[in-house]
Design a protein around this ligand. Structure first.
Ligand code: ADP
Ligand code: MG
Length: 245
């Protein structure tokens, strides 16, 4: 095993055809650590975290997730996904299932958990994201913020070792951003290991142990939030921060 490292990426490179989207990425995420990944659009942030749960394959280097080593071949996809929760920009709930069923099917179908137990767990996590009263509704009947909280609860039901967030608030109406960030902050306080791609810099300052800045497929700079925001080292980081802050 690899101690308390939950994710370890070593010299990871990836190409889409001739285009190199990830360039020699080295990154370790320890148990309980909260990482924020930021950077301009197209810099490879989504691709990187999608490699961590095998939604994408990398071609060079090695990624180890909760003790499972991922090579360039798409083996052990199922095993990895049991360990990694993912929340997307556009929620990606199952539209034809109730909120409760959305939260039950992963544990039932992937882990073989009995329905009664899956239901109990689902209700517990819907309680935790503070929408137990929505359990029997369908996703379309919920606001964007509520749907995103269901997506978080659904991931938590799998009891993942790490949660990945890909711009979870960027598709939300402004008034719904804070309820999702509060949910994420709560998870962080409870000790969840998290990798969050987000441009919510208030969240990054308050919650992140480390902020990572990506540009053109590389990790250009990283640091604790205070250093990163107050004293960025690279010109590209300074430019990016001046554009979003
Ligand atoms: P970010 O999340 O930082 O905006 P992405 O990881 O989505 O960046 O994309 C990085 C680069 O890879 C972009 O130039 C994008 O156009 C390209 N890209 C993303 N997905 C694909 C794909 N499936 N095929 C080809 N190019 C892709
Ligand atoms: Mg992206």
């Amino acid at each position: 095993m690899n101690g308390d490292k939950i994710i370890e990426a070593k010299h990871v490179s990836k190409w889409y055809g001739a285009f190199q989207v990830l360039k020699d990425i080295n990154l370790t995420v320890s148990k309980g650590e909260r990482i924020v990944v930021c950077g301009p659009s197209g810099s490879g942030k989504s691709t990187l975290i999608r490699c961590f749960n095998r939604l994408e394959a990398h071609q060079e280097g090695e990624i180890t997730v909760n003790g499972i080593t991922l090579h360039n071949k798409m083996r052990n996809v199922g095993e990895v996904r049991k360990n990694v929760g993912m929340v997307f920009q556009h929620f990606n709930l199952f539209p034809h299932m109730t909120v409760l069923m959305n939260c039950m099917v992963g544990p039932m179908w992937i882990k073989g958990v009995p329905a009664a137990e899956a239901k109990k767990t689902a209700l517990k996590f819907l309680e935790r994201v503070r929408i137990p009263e929505q359990a029997n509704k369908y996703p379309i009947q919920l606001s964007g913020g509520q749907q995103q909280r269901v997506a978080i609860a659904r991931s938590l039901c799998m009891q993942p070792a790490v949660m990945l967030f890909d711009e979870p608030t960027s598709a939300l109406d402004p008034e719904m951003v804070s309820e999702v960030l509060e949910t994420m902050t709560g998870l962080a306080k409870d000790g969840m290991t998290m990798v969050c791609v987000t441009h919510e810099m208030g969240f990054a300052r308050a919650v992140a142990d480390r902020v990572i800045f990506m540009n053109t497929g590389q990790i250009v700079e990283q640091g604790v939030p205070k250093e990163f925001f107050d004293n960025p080292q690279h010109e590209r980081t300074k430019l990016f921060l001046s554009q979003i802050l």
